[in-house]
Design a protein around this ligand. Structure first.
Ligand code: UD1
Ligand code: CA
Length: 457
């Protein structure tokens, strides 16, 4: 028997007060919906239909080929949203799990457990519930005198007594697929909110079907993210869980509450992470590297024994033993060779460096290929942009670039070149040459007295 998933993500997320639709809002730099879809993909679900509506293109771009899209053009509630999957799922045999796009802490293990429980209980509908000390905002689970679920009442429709109920609807349901599409059209509009509530399926199915509940103990896993404060709460849970996993795996994290590591980051044992550090995207940190303090790394690979401190590294690679920082900025496919030293206000963009190259202070290296043993003096700049186009600089091995040098690209500096400090180099420099490209100094002897006249009394 097949298992289907419906994920509801068509809503705007008005309570977020942001331009982005809620389910696309990033947590640890990854859109919320991706967390749910990744876990759905890892679980025992065969086919997933994602319901989108508000700014649907964002989801289509993000998840093309991974899900089937259903469209809810007008956001008329969760019941209406589920119904929009009819043309994909109606008539199919099996069970369907319905998930909300705003529960980023859900895990594949939990999803599979819920599915097993549903089948073992022979239910037609399993409602997943949990208990919150502060249940405000969630639909409450109303049980009858036998303890069986009778209905779900939304916060705003609750009477005083119902508001005291701590057991809430998580928004996850498993339902026999045939029954689901019999029941969905029977949902009527909630007169107060003018929406079709999916929660109504409980009362609609109750007379003729077997309904059970699955009570989740880890309530944080099913928290619904409705506003920016909830984003920060979800992020905190994620951070703690991820950091703990890395620490148990042999990564030393100093002051972990200030360290943020994304889900798709790989860190080898014997790495040290110093405070105020963020590592996100598909980053890989190899053993014996020391990252931080005050460092951001995104989508980058850091090899063995590298140190990166007080620096930003985006979409770049740093090879073994290099020292990055303080205050370096590597971006847009900077590939730093082994044993380099890049720091103190140095930016490297779309460039590669060979082994043992140094740019230790105040330099810009952009659109450049650099060989090994090159020294960029303080203040050297590869002048890559003429206002219209970016141009390439090619530098050979064993080159010494004096302080305050401009290399006007396109330009080629061959091996063993020495460039005098203060040069503005516009022509290629051949192998072994000394290039001096600056005005000659004139010393006017005994001249200062003509400039500074003694004051008369
Ligand atoms: C919903 C449940 C509530 C439950 C809570 C759990 C209903 C009526 N209420 O409330 O019982 O306790 O989740 O977190 O179901 N969506 C659409 N189309 C719509 C409306 C919503 O696709 O027309 C999507 C949203 O994008 C969101 C999800 O459904 O991902 C839930 O919607 P939301 O407005 O957050 O529901 P809650 O008020 O939190
Ligand atoms: Ca919600």
């Amino acid at each position: 028997m097949k298992t289907y998933a419906i994920v509801l993500a068509a809503g705007k997320g008005t309570r977020m007060k942001t331009e982005l639709p809620k389910c696309a809002f990033p947590i640890l730099k990854k859109p919320m919906i991706e967390y749910i879809i990744e876990n759905v993909e890892r679980s025992n679900i065969d086919e997933t239909v994602l319901v989108v509506g508000h700014k649907k293109e964002i989801f289509e771009d993000m998840l093309a080929d991974r899900v089937v899209f259903a469209y809810q053009h007008e956001q008329l509630g969760t019941g209406h949203a589920a119904q929009m999957t009819e043309s994909y799922l109606k008539g199919k045999q099996g069970n369907t799990i319905i998930l909300l796009g705003d529960m980023p802490l859900i895990s594949d293990k939990v999803i599979d457990k819920i599915l097993v429980k549903h089948e073992e209980s022979n239910n037609d509908l399993t409602v997943v519930t949990t208990n919150f000390d502060n249940p405000k905002g969630y639909g409450r689970i109303v049980r009858d005198q036998y303890g069986k679920i009778a209905s779900i009442v939304e916060q705003n429709d609750c009477n005083h007594e119902q508001k005291q109920i701590k057991e809430v609807n998580t928004g996850i349901y498993v339902v026999n697929n045939t029954v689901l599409f019999d029941v969905l059209p029977k949902i009527t509009m909630n007169p107060r909110k003018k929406e079709y509530y999916l929660t109504d399926i409980v009362e609609l199915m109750k007379p003729s079907y077997k309904i059970g509940t699955f009570v989740m103990r880890d309530s944080f896993r099913v928290m619904g993210v409705n506003d920016l404060f909830a984003i920060s709460v979800a992020e905190k849970y994620m951070r703690e869980e991820i950091n703990k996993m890395h620490m148990l795996n042999g990564v030393s994290i100093v002051n972990p509450e200030t360290v943020t590591i994304g889900h798709n980051v790989t860190i080898e044992p014997a790495v040290t992470i110093q405070p105020n550090t963020t590592i996100t995207g598909k980053s890989i940190i190899k053993k014996d590297a020391v990252i931080g303090p005050n460092t951001e790394i995104h989508n980058s690979v850091i090899y063995e024994k590298v140190t990166v401190k007080h620096s930003l590294v985006y979409d770049s690679t740093v090879n073994e033993r290099s020292m990055i920082g303080p205050f370096a900025h590597l971006r847009n496919n900077a590939i730093i060779g082994k044993g380099n030293r890049i720091g103190n206000f140095v930016e490297v963009k779309k460039s590669s460096t060979g082994e043992n190259t140094k740019a230790a202070h105040l330099a810009y290296i952009g659109d450049t290929t650099t060989g090994k043993n090159v020294n960029f003096g303080c203040g050297s700049v590869t002048v890559n942009y003429d206002g219209v186009t970016k141009h390439q600089t090619v530098i050979g091995d064993d080159v010494f670039i004096g302080c305050n040098t401009n290399l006007i690209a396109p330009i080629k500096i061959e091996d063993h070149v020495f460039i005098a400090a203060g040069s503005t180099v516009t022509k290629d420099v051949p192998k072994g040459a000394l290039a001096i490209a600056r005005n000659q100094q004139i010393n006017k002897e005994d001249y200062v007295k003509h400039l500074i006249k003694p004051k008369k009394d």
